[in-house]
Ligand binder design. Structure first.
Ligand code: PEP
Ligand code: MN
Length: 256
């Protein structure tokens, strides 16, 4: 098995994670991995929790095998969402970090299972979870010795319907002042449209986020999930250059 361990996170770093919503094909993942400015830690959904059962559900086992194959060729770390504890062994062999999605934030048995692997866990905020409920879920991890808990603000459902979710940067400010958890922001699922993702990402840095997880697709219009909110590679490069300018203002260094 490949060594999936990730270099320790340092407090002054802004950790950038990017990649497609879903792992779709070898060609797509090669384009992602061949990007000039690509983070070491790449995201990509393999088991997707789609609102409609008719939507693309992820490549499953074929996706695992694809990532295994590419990891023999490229130097990268991988993070993917685990949707069921029965996937843990297999996903452990290809992942450096586990992601628990918004739909599973309250799945305490899944959280407990993940503490067995000694890997960082990204815990996304549930659609309508209060900060206290979110921290309650984080405690299920912490109680069983999970040392590397990364909370991810991905927007909450609100009265407003103009944007996919309401990006709660207040939670980021609150969590940084009152907890020791790392806080990641997902501007893609928060805003839901490509045009707003870069500005939301920059605002997250100003709010004190420790990192960003951004959806990137080589051809967003052909994406099998969430194409409407993906940055293409050129747009991602533009975000990277803006982050490089912004980070020093907040005493941060961009970690790719
Ligand atoms: C995702 O990151 O692909 C995802 C499904 O996000 P969330 O769980 O925040 O909806
Ligand atoms: Mn997505």
């Amino acid at each position: 098995m490949k060594n999936t361990s990730l270099a320790p996170f340092r407090p002054h770093e802004l950790f950038l994670i990017s990649g497609p919503c879903s792992v779709e094909s070898e060609a797509q993942m090669r384009q992602i991995l061949n990007q000039t400015h690509r983070p070491t830690l790449i995201r990509g959904g393999i088991y997707k929790m789609r609102t409609s059962s008719k939507s693309f559900q992820g490549l499953g086992q074929d996706g695992i095998e694809l990532i295994e194959k590419l990891s023999n060729e490229y130097d990268f770390n991988f993070v993917t969402e685990i949707t069921d504890a029965r996937q843990a062994e297999k996903l452990n062999s290809i992942s450096s970090v586990f992601q628990v999605g918004a739909r599973n934030m309250y799945n305490y048995e899944l959280l407990k299972e993940l503490t067995q692997y000694g890997k960082p866990v990204i815990l996304k905020r549930g659609f309508s979870a209060t900060i206290s409920e979110w921290l309650g879920s984080a405690e299920y991890l912490a109680d069983l010795g999970e040392e590397n808990i990364i909370l991810c603000e991905r927007g909450v459902r609100s009265f407003d319907t103009k944007l996919r979710n309401m990006l709660d940067l207040g939670s980021v400010i609150y969590l940084k002042k009152n907890t020791n958890f790392k806080v990641l922001v997902d501007p893609s699922h928060s805003m839901g449209l490509t045009a707003y993702v870069t500005d939301a990402a920059l605002a997250a840095v100003a709010a004190g986020a420790d990192g960003l997880i951004v959806e990137v697709h080589p051809e967003p219009s052909c994406a099998l999930s969430d194409g409407q909110q993906a940055l293409n590679i050129e747009q991602f490069d533009n975000l990277v250059s803006k982050l490089k300018q912004l980070c020093p203002i907040f005493g941060k260094e961009l970690r790719m």
